[in-house]
Design a protein around this ligand. Sequence first.
Ligand SMILES: C[S@@+](CC[C@H](N)C(=O)[O-])C[C@H]1O[C@@H](n2cnc3c(N)ncnc32)[C@H](O)[C@@H]1O
Length: 269
Amino acid sequence: MVYLRHQISININMSAADVLIKEATALADELSLTLHHSLELKEMSTPYVLNIDHSGVSLCQTAKGAAGPISANFDQGKNRHRRLYGGGNGQLIAKAAGLKKSTTPRVFDATAGLGRDAFVLASLGCEITLMERSPIISFLLADSIRRAQHSEDPALVAIAKRMHLQGGNAIDWMRDAVAPLADVIYLDPMYPAREKNALVKKEMRAFHDLVGENLDDHELLEAALTTAEHRVVVKRPRKGDRINGPLPQLVLSGKSARYDVYTLKAFPK
Ligand SMILES: C[S@@+](CC[C@H](N)C(=O)[O-])C[C@H]1O[C@@H](n2cnc3c(N)ncnc32)[C@H](O)[C@@H]1O
């Protein structure tokens, strides 16, 4: 974690909520990150800054001409559009996780990231535990979930209340868990970034700088296969290599993503 200090610092603006100021100060302390107060981005020496203000937490890049801030705002943009018009259980991720009218599995998302996939599944009714091992990403995500839980939109509040975030390493967590941990375990480990989409590029570049690649994805899969009750679902780029290990029983390919599905036990009818 020592390298993180040179990668990222934290900037607390005066408009930030008290609870965030407290948590951000504790995070800076835990990770030995430099804490700034109300500085301009151009005044920072780290390439990334976790910026805290009245609108919550966002991850910013300080380089001249860098892309805009990254945050997981569940009430806006792609997240909102997909919730309202995404296609319900017809979406590939829902099919991969086995969602049907009669089946709404409990899901453990072992690689939460910014929680977009988890949000889709929670929107479709799943109770979902999200695990994220990067304290920086986890901090961003916790803020997004909290904001959604306090939204004025009751539908969004209900969805966010089905999302339960846990910091830590999911491999250790699954190895120590009493099986079954969940009906479905969902994995979307880091993959070398090759996507063309600008948003993915921006986010993925930041993720690769801050959390690195998943060289241990086979361990994630191995632990998930012994801990899930019904299915393990692995998200990959459409043409990406599958994770080393057993072959999936089902492969669902979309425009950019592919889901490798390991079926362990049929869902009850
Ligand atoms: C590609 S991102 C996931 C994106 C996510 N599916 C979404 O929709 O936003 C992968 C994330 O998994 C996290 N991760 C990787 N291995 C992990 C592990 N063993 N335990 C917990 N989190 C892990 C990384 O830190 C990274 O934030």
